[in-house]
Write a protein that binds this ligand. Structure first.
Ligand code: SF4
Ligand code: SF4
Length: 435
């Protein structure tokens, strides 16, 4: 494509993403009862997806800093920070980008991969443009092949993820991968930071820094268990998604303020819905901004999304790195364990842990029903549906499978199905209360 043509296409594309992102953000702002401190997270997303001001926010004047794109929650951000670089999670949630990516991959590829390739090929929005290198873990087949394709636009580092967590060989292999990543980061960023190596002190500091963010994310998690919800799920998920696009201390501070406000609300209100409102757990494929179709529909139809298992939602910052003595070896082992063992991504087999986690969440959040989100082309999440349905049936928790992509055309059809499911849950809940 000639330069002028490419520029035109990029501009049209950026306008499309800005328009659809603004629609989601404006809808969130329209809610009169939204927590005051949610505004920071809305502003963050607007800076990235609408105003294109992201680089200023993140680099904060330090132009030397390298930006490293990550395509999955299995990339240890602690190491990237300790190397003096900035990680940015490239989550591939845009419909416009998925249309561009459509031209580059087989038809049945999932929209996450289509959108990631679409954005990378047009270098937009700015997080994609600014990355000096990207890291792609080899979780599912689509991600693995995506890594290969991305190398047309970026320097790509593949991170080999084992698919069996329980074996000693897998753990050893994963630890080696983490050491390999450390080495690559040192080589890439070392000259400009702490001599040439990731120092013990820097790694300890970045583990602690992310630990504070995790503490605040878990506070939000706990608050959302309340019988009287004080925040909508579509708002809470946006706040977690915003973590991808700001410095950790800024995000942590904003999250602490949001949590303070929500704890205050828990005492005296306002509450976002009545006590008998059906409570939904969103399982399955991750919800990446600006694809807010499912969280919005669930709450528009009269339910409240109390939790999700998404690795851009409640799972993203849930598990801290466990260290005992802060030696380099201890920290590296702790990081490797944190990113492998608690991960319940369906790219692992066996993946019984995920079932236990879902059961635990259903109980902790007093869930009435599960909406199981399958993105078209995502075989691994769909594969595990059967097991999830089976264990939830034993607990008398209904599960609704919805298969969709980022195209807004199926909204009305989804609305009808979700509405019927929520009505069924509401009447079931009413009957149980009357007994
Ligand atoms: S679902 Fe699995 S592959 Fe996808 S981002 Fe999460 S951990 Fe990575
Ligand atoms: S886990 Fe599913 S949704 Fe995620 S990249 Fe792989 S195929 Fe796509």
């Amino acid at each position: 494509m000639k330069n002028a043509q490419l520029k035109k296409r990029q501009d049209r594309f950026a306008r499309g993403i800005a328009r659809s992102s603004e629609m989601v953000l404006a809808e969130l702002e329209d809610c009169p009862d939204r927590p005051r401190n949610l505004d920071y997270f809305i502003r963050t997303m607007r800076d990235v997806f609408v105003e294109d001001q992201w680089d200023k926010r993140l680099k904060q004047g330090d132009e030397e800093k390298k930006i490293i794109g990550t395509y999955c929650m299995m990339v240890p951000e602690e190491l990237i920070y300790a190397a003096g670089a900035i990680p940015v999670r490239l989550s591939g949630g845009s419909y416009e980008a998925s249309c561009v990516g459509d031209e580059q991959v087989p038809r049945d590829t999932c929209p996450v991969v289509k959108a990631s390739l679409g954005s990378a090929s047009l270098n937009s929005p700015s997080p994609y443009e600014m990355c000096d290198v990207v890291i792609v873990p080899t979780t599912c087949d689509a991600k693995r092949k995506m890594g290969e394709e991305l190398s047309r636009f970026n320097e790509v580092w593949m991170l080999e993820v084992p698919h069996i967590k329980e074996s000693e060989a897998s753990r050893r292999q994963w630890l080696q991968q983490i050491y390999g990543l450390k080495k690559s980061l040192e080589k890439y960023t070392g000259r400009k930071f702490f001599g040439k190596k990731i120092s013990r002190k820097a790694l300890d500091a970045s583990i602690k820094m992310i630990g504070f963010a995790q503490y605040q994310a878990r506070r939000l998690y706990e608050i959302r268990k309340s019988k009287k919800p004080v925040i909508f799920g579509r708002e809470a998920t946006l706040a977690i998604n915003a973590y991808c696009y700001d410095t950790v201390p800024e995000w942590t501070k904003a999250m602490a303020e949001l949590n303070d406000e929500l704890e205050e609300r828990s005492k005296n209100g306002p509450f976002v819905c009545r006590e008998h409102t059906p409570r939904i757990l969103l399982a399955g494929c991750p919800t990446a901004f600006p694809n807010w179709k499912i969280p919005s529909l669930i709450e528009e139809m009269g339910a409240v999304l109390v939790t999700d298992e998404s690795c851009l939602g409640d799972r993203y910052l849930y598990d801290p790195v466990g260290i005992t003595e802060s030696s380099m070896r201890d920290m590296m082992t702790g990081i490797a364990a944190r990113y492998l063992m608690p991960c319940v991504c369906p790219s692992f087999a066996p993946n019984e842990d995920r079932l236990f986690r879902l059961l635990q969440m259903a109980e902790d959040f007093s869930v009435d029903g599960i909406i199981y989100h399958v993105l078209k082309g995502c075989v691994i999440y769909d594969f595990e549906l059967f097991r999830v349905e089976k264990i939830m049936k034993e607990k008398n928790i209904p599960v609704l499978r919805i298969e969709t992509d980022y195209n807004p055309e199926d909204i009305e059809q989804l609305r009808t199905r979700i509405e019927a499911f929520i009505e069924m849950l509401a009447s079931k809940k009413k009957k149980t209360k009357e007994l």
